[in-house]
Design a protein around this ligand. Sequence first.
Ligand SMILES: [Zn+2]
Length: 806
Amino acid sequence: MPSLTRFEAEARARLLRVDRYEVALDVTDPSTFTSRTVVEFRCTDLGATTFAELKDARPDRIVLNGRALDPDTVDGNRLPLAGLLAANRLEVTFTAAYSTAGEGLHRSVDPADGATYLYGQAPLDEAQRIFACFDQPDLKAPITLTVTAPPQWTVRGNAPLREAHDGHWAFEPTPPLAPYLFTVLAGPWHVRTAEHDGIPLGLLCRRSLAPQLDGDADALFAATAASFDRYHELFGIRYPFQKYDQAFVPDFAGGAVENPGMVNYREELLFRTAAPDYELQRRFVIMAHEMAHMWFGDLVTLRWWDDIWLNEAFAELMGWRVAAETGRYPAAAAGFVVWRKRWGMLADQRPSTHPVAPDDVADTTAAFLNFDGISYAKGAAALRQLSVLLGDDVFLAGLRVYFERFRFGNAALADFLAVLGEVSGTDLTGWADLWLRTTGVNTLRAVSGRVEQHGAPLRPHRFRTAVYDRTGTVVRRGDVTLDGGSADLEGDLPAGAVLLLNAGDDTYAKVRLDAAGLAALPSVLPAVTDPLARAQLWTAAMDATHDGELPPEDFLALLEAALAGEAETSVLVEVLGFARDSLAGRGLVPFGPLAAICAAGLSAAKPRSGRQFALATALTTVAGPAQVALLADWLADDPINVLTDAPAVETGPAGNPGHPGHAGHDRADDVLTRVTAGPPGLVVTQELRWQVLGRLVALGGAGEADIAAEERRDPSTGGALHAATCRAARPDAAAKADAWERIVRDERPRIALAAATGFWQPGQEALTDPYVERFFADAPAMVAGRYQLFAMLLVRQAFPGTPADR
Ligand SMILES: [Zn+2]
């Protein structure tokens, strides 16, 4: 089935103006649904030929301008339309199977109570599975939806309900919508409603998750309200759609999708137990990200998929910004640096990197490849640098003009840059060429009173610097505008000081400390009070280690010295993850010392803090054979009934717990013995129990009987996924063979993904080495018939990363 090419989309956009869709769905039959679409559209060229699209559906009736067309003329997903008039009316009725793979009209049966749930997932070109349409982003039109469903169900769409009776639901017309932003929900959904500033709000989830949603609803509504307020201030344009529902849906492929008026999230974001601060921060950022799309993406939509990066980079930038500026997560910018920006930088240093703004997105299928760290994180960092260059006020003023000018229409990168250029009086062509049309990350290096830029191409950078003395106090700040290879810095450095370039994360570049700065880092880093500066210092150390300029054991020493001083849990989690995955996981340092550092941090962490939970989780992932008994104890203790009355994990920033004392590597067992006595107040949530069990299984300290027992304890969808991950982690040839079969062929995409998550384990190379070759042989079967978004996640997760590094 050919994917729509850019050439075809441009030709069709020149030819057609779509005035309106009427979509009628009947979902009363549990095995198939029927879809009837009436689309009214104008054509600029009388007698011209074009096509509409419908995928994997059997058309029952096609009528164009009163003339019945033979359903057999449909070729693949294309319905040829000939002899067009100035004004046209196309009616298409089809019957199709529900999707079980997450795309189109997805149907899911809740294992908890057998209830059926449907939701629409249209990106990028799956709307045509739900209704016949011109499936490209720049043919926008109002959509009026009606649904016939079992009368006891709840049905929601992008627009508010107009009326409902006896199993029939009729919705208001939407504002002009790109087909990929259409959605519908049907089923016995649990619904909570509220209102903020005149905007009706809703939250939805499966009925069996109602207690979780009810426990979280106030916080979710408050986060939504705070984000709306901030966007209204920043953008100066009110929320442009009629209501704002947010649904947590099962079997969801991505994190969330920004359907106007009806955002769908993966339901794992509805936490089953009290969540630690860093998880709540991540969820807030995702919620704010989706809301940013209501303006950037939904109100003004990209013209073609080559601008997906701009859509995502903008939402990424705003999500983190709003998390901080609502006052909810003042240090959110630190999380962006260590988590997201490093993701972008690592992607940018691989042979597979690509320009932020690619010019070769020839068809819709190719567009999927750009949902990556370059588009989201490097793109966001580039936009941030642009706002620093122009000034934030000018950047925001440009956005307002952009939203007004292209309201309910489409725009491309060139339009965005032209508006910013117009408002700022600056020609941005050269900037865009250097920043958006090239690949690679620059390195900014402090060398004897100067800053040097390395890498090709050299780019213009504007950023702030800070000098920290031995006590972590800022003794000097500076501004640098770099327009070439180097620039002079002001003043001499005091002895033992650390000079940090890009201290405010204004630009996108690797930052290198000088030799004196690196040497001073273990004492200075934990004393620095600014979380963003600490995140930059950690990142400088991680980059230097990654690039072979700092020995891995020195990084471990830094971690040991500075862990206690890192109060931002979101930063702590990423730094520990780096030590685990990039150092210990690759055999560059042993796991034992890292386990000891985690254990020491854990024993000093404030009871019930997010920090304590993060360190317990980290310890779980690095524990070795020596800690099997300890981990088993955590499971046996069963300190609380997590499903009924979990005590709240505090959500504020974890306090600085002070230095836990030097835990020498050779004393790891002592430290761990103290932990065995039980970290006071540690909430061993169901999620943590699964983490612990997964590690025990990988180490051979637990087996199938334990997994089955845990599954009985947690009979939820999440439990089934964790069980699949645990089974794949078993150090046993039959278990690996079974897990591989699931990865390659299991029809349930989330189960396949869960198995892939557990499959590759350090220390199991004798068992997994044969699968390195198998991966390349089986990759085509792995993706065959899967929704592209899932296929991409699965291939990345199943890729034999660890063995290939050896
Ligand atoms: Zn997004």
